[in-house]
Design a protein around this ligand. Structure first.
Ligand code: BDR
Ligand code: CA
Length: 318
């Protein structure tokens, strides 16, 4: 592989697909995972920290720090997603209690310290509500110049919402944080449901992984079994949508998607469309683009990449 590994911090609410994104990051030689910062969303922050530590230990990466972040949104009441991710956030998977403690540093402080120590070098992959990142850039505005890039899983532009008819979960949980980040001037790439809902991990894919008997493949099967039941019951989808791993993959395989520069904003007012992300596709607002938006994806190529990397990780940790 040419060049040094890309340094990333994953800001996450683990979460079944978050756990898969963490595993994909660890399985990707193009990346160096500096830290995980945890935010509430799929489950509470405390539960998410425990899940993050457990997934890292499962993958033999117990040295990566996990910093607890905000435990509630900026203005909205707390909303978690046990029906989607189960009561622990990891579906039917059961991990042993983590042996390690979380970092003795708040996620917002960790983001600021690490990014300011290496200006231009660290990419943030934000796969939960944007509360930690919004507070970090408010607290240290110099981050705006120091962050290399932010890849965000969130939003639903032409696609329906998955939490309200219009709003996607990560944005709906903290629309005010999303508004701050979207309009911050940071170099952003948005990975909305428009592309992630084409990336479906099927039962046949899971069976292919289970051909390798390993704690990693058993974890993926147990976690996704719950997630697939949710997709079947609520959305009539056979398999499960793996949103967060796609956002992660774009840090080293950006050609999996086609992006377009667009002006995107978030509704923070209306009771009906709170958390709705809107892109000005036809330039009606005459505002400059504030992000690159992924609008087309080579979905099966991405799923193959995901499976191959999980197989490699599983063989390594058999
Ligand atoms: C997003 O919401 C969460 O449930 C998933 O982890 C993903 O980040 C999809 O809307
Ligand atoms: Ca997530």
């Amino acid at each position: 592989m040419a060049g040094a590994a890309k340094r990333i911090i994953l800001d996450t609410d683990p979460g079944i697909d978050d756990a898969l994104a963490i595993l994909l990051a660890l399985a990707s030689p193009e990346l160096n995972v500096e830290a995980l910062t945890v935010v509430m969303g799929n489950c509470s922050t405390a539960q998410g920290v425990s899940n993050a530590l457990g997934v890292l230990e499962l993958a033999g990466a117990g040295n990566i720090p996990v910093a607890p972040g905000l435990d509630r949104p900026l203005l909205q009441p707390l909303l978690t997603a046990p029906e989607t991710h189960g009561h622990t956030g990891l579906g039917y998977a059961q991990l042993p209690p983590p042996r390690r403690h979380p970092a003795n540093q708040h996620a917002v402080d960790l983001l600021i310290e690490r990014i300011m120590a290496a200006p231009g070098e660290i990419t943030v992959v934000a796969i939960g509500p944007l509360t930690n990142l919004a507070l970090a850039i408010r607290r240290e505005p110099a981050l705006l110049q120091a962050i290399c890039e932010v890849v965000i899983m969130g939003g639903a532009l032409r696609h329906e919402g998955n939490t309200t008819p219009l709003a996607e979960f990560n944005v709906y949980v903290d629309p005010h944080a999303a508004h701050i980040v979207y309009h911050s001037g940071l170099p952003l790439t948005l990975v909305p449901l428009d592309v992630t809902y084409q990336c479906i991990l099927t039962q046949a894919d899971v069976e292919r992984l289970l051909a390798l008997d390993s704690p990693i493949t058993r974890f993926i099967a147990d976690a996704t079994r719950f997630y697939m039941e949710f997709h079947d019951e609520y959305q009539d989808i056979q398999g499960c949508v793996i949103n967060d791993p796609l956002a992660l993959a774009l840090t080293f395989a950006p050609d999996l998607v086609e992006t377009r520069p667009l002006h995107v904003t978030v509704d923070t007012h209306s009771p009906l469309s709170l958390g709705k992300t809107m892109a000005d596709f036809y330039g009606a607002w005459s505002k400059p683009p504030n992000m690159q938006v992924a609008l087309k994806v080579q979905a099966r190529r991405f799923i193959e990449l995901f499976l191959e990397r999980m197989e490699t990780l599983a063989r390594r940790l058999k």
